[in-house]
Design a protein around this ligand. Structure first.
Ligand SMILES: [Zn+2]
Length: 319
């Protein structure tokens, strides 16, 4: 308790005890997740549960808590060693989402919208608070979600995006951005665990302009998740099939309306030529040949494995 003595004048002994008794899950252990774990540990949260299925890569080092000695180790194993977390080497999806059952609160450390929709459906259904966190380039946003009270993630983003989302791999990210977002997320986590009032708003910051903004996010009257309780992201999984010619077909859980013209434009901006027909758009990503149909179905030829095909899907349709 002594190590947390500087917290006591602010949150009291009772407050610190509440944090020590809390269980918080972090989904994803990369730039955001690893720093969220770090700050949760420093806050004194008693049990931290981490779900991630990735290894430390050399290019992670600038923006994560990992160092050279951790390269090629599973991220959850490193976090177990360093912070004594409970780690699951798993991908979070509808069939593993019950790993969140024991948590009082969930923190977003992911980098894609599909996993966030799964977390959102699960948390709204189980009346569990969670915090959405996103970072890119020099900016980030953080939004607390209290089911039934604030807007949920699906109020903010009703469906999977129809156009390619920018990713950190393309746009880049500054090392201090995830740290700042994780610190804000953990401060919101503390407020939620301590029972303080939480507003339906998103915090947006940009370290380039040094602007910090709070934007009120209203609940959507027809929200599929928090109003209609239609938890489609818990039912349907992204379907990945290996075709007989070796190509991999990915069918998204929800139909996506792909705007070929816009996609072609974006590809062109990143130096990729594409062929557009009435049925599909075809282009090459380094070595892989990609076909995307109007409803979001994607066929990848030349991807090494399913994970890589899934990454390509995330890059162009839902990253
Ligand atoms: Zn909602």
């Amino acid at each position: 308790m002594e190590i947390f003595s500087r917290h006591i004048p602010i949150i009291g002994l009772e407050g610190q005890k509440r944090l020590i008794n809390a269980k918080v899950a972090v989904v994803g252990a990369g730039a955001l997740g690893s720093w969220e774990v770090y700050f949760l540990k420093k806050l004194g949260v008693g049990e931290i549960i981490v779900i991630d299925r990735d290894f430390v890569d050399y290019n992670d080092l600038a923006r994560t808590i990992y160092d050279e000695n951790d390269v090629e180790k599973p991220k959850v194993e490193v976090l177990k060693e360093k912070f004594g977390v409970k780690g699951y080497f798993e991908d979070l999806n509808p069939s593993t989402v019950e790993l969140l059952d024991e948590a009082d609160l969930v923190l977003d450390g992911t980098d894609n919208i599909y996993t966030r929709q799964v977390i959102n459906d699960y948390c709204v259904k189980n009346n569990k608070p969670w915090i959405y966190v996103g970072v890119l380039g020099t900016y980030g946003n953080v939004m607390p979600i209290i089911p039934g009270k604030t807007a949920c993630f699906r109020c903010l983003m009703p469906r999977l995006p129809s156009r390619p989302m920018p990713t950190c791999a393309v746009v880049g990210i500054m090392s201090y951005v995830p740290t700042l977002a994780a610190s804000l997320a953990v401060s919101l986590a503390a407020k939620i665990l301590l029972g303080e009032d939480i507003k339906s708003e998103m915090i947006f910051f940009d370290t380039k302009t040094m602007e910090f903004e709070k934007v009120e996010i209203p609940r959507r009257e027809d929200c599929e998740a928090c109003v209609k309780h239609n938890f489609t992201f818990l039912e349907k999984q992204m379907k990945i099939e290996r075709m007989c010619d070796g190509s991999i077909q990915i069918t998204p859980p929800e139909k996506i309306k792909v705007d070929f013209k816009e996609l072609a434009e974006r590809l062109k901006n990143s130096g990729i030529e594409s062929l557009v027909t009435s049925q599909f758009i075809q282009f090459e990503d380094d070595y892989a040949e990609i076909l995307i149909f109007k409803n979001g179905r994607m066929i990848v030829r030349g991807a090494e494995d399913e994970k890589e095909a899934k990454n390509l899907f995330a890059r162009y349709l839902g990253g």
